[in-house]
Design a binder for this molecule. Structure first.
Ligand code: THU
Length: 135
């Protein structure tokens, strides 16, 4: 599936995930898909709650889906996030910290707008000067 255009294939999956969003409070559906080195994919979508602070972002759901169901030896290769924004979506600070926790830094992060404009950044670029040591 990923022998051809990786971005095209991921885009379809991210859009499918976006359709599963539960976002009645923000009306802002987000889709995410994590790709592993072996070509497996893990979807995520944002899931909100009447108690707003309990809401969970799409990219964290995709990462947690990989962590709960994936094989740790099958490393993360890329992550795509799509939202109905004018410009490619920018992940929130909490998600950047979670990405910093589980990505090595060189993975591609594809940020996508509602009109399918894609901005590609490396995981390490998302959170400079990250909190990464307890002492
Ligand atoms: N959201 C995401 O899922 N990912 C992002 O990168 C930005 C924000 C969600 C959280 C909330 O459900 C809605 O979008 C509005 O903030």
């Amino acid at each position: 599936m990923f022998n051809g255009n990786e971005k095209e294939s991921l885009l379809k999956l991210a859009q499918a995930a976006q359709k599963r969003s539960y976002s009645p409070y923000s009306a802002f559906p987000v889709g995410a898909v994590l790709l592993t080195e072996k070509g497996k994919t893990y979807l995520g979508t944002n899931i909100e709650n009447i108690s707003y602070g309990l809401s969970m972002c799409a990219e964290r759901v995709a990462i947690f889906n990989y962590l709960a169901n994936g094989d740790k030896s099958d490393k993360i290769k890329a992550l795509m996030i799509i939202g109905n924004t004018e410009e490619p979506i920018a992940p929130c600070g909490a998600c950047r910290q979670v990405i910093a926790e589980f990505f090595s830094g060189s993975e591609n992060i594809y940020l996508v707008s509602g009109k399918e404009k894609i901005r590609t950044v490396k995981a390490k670029e998302l959170l400079p000067f990250a909190f990464n040591k307890l002492s």
